[in-house]
Design a protein around this ligand. Structure first.
Ligand code: FES
Length: 93
């Protein structure tokens, strides 16, 4: 949120952050309307809400990029620890 210019006096920020955190835990890709509805009880007298909407979009974009990068790494990293190749097996799983 700080990166998106949301923080000015900071009075509303704790409530905004908790609201956005709760929203993003339950909804991994909220729309602007869903974000606005979640923020409805938070009042900001300084910066408005545009930065918060941008911050939520940034988190969604970062999550999508991370998921795509993880998916492109292949299934090898999906092993559970006891399936990691043992050095005495010649590296075979
Ligand atoms: S940043 Fe001042 S009330 Fe929101």
């Amino acid at each position: 949120m700080a990166r998106c210019g949301t923080v000015q006096c900071g009075f509303c920020i704790p409530g905004m952050c908790m609201t956005v955190h709760d929203l993003l835990e339950g909804n991994h890709a909220p729309t602007d309307l869903e974000t606005r509805q979640a923020l409805a009880g938070n009042l900001c007298r300084c910066s408005g809400y545009r930065g918060v909407l941008e911050a939520v979009k940034d988190v969604v974009a970062e999550r999508e990029a991370s998921a795509a990068a993880h998916a492109s790494e292949g299934a090898d990293d999906a092993r559970i620890p006891h399936q990691i190749p043992h050095p005495h097996d010649g590296g075979k799983a």
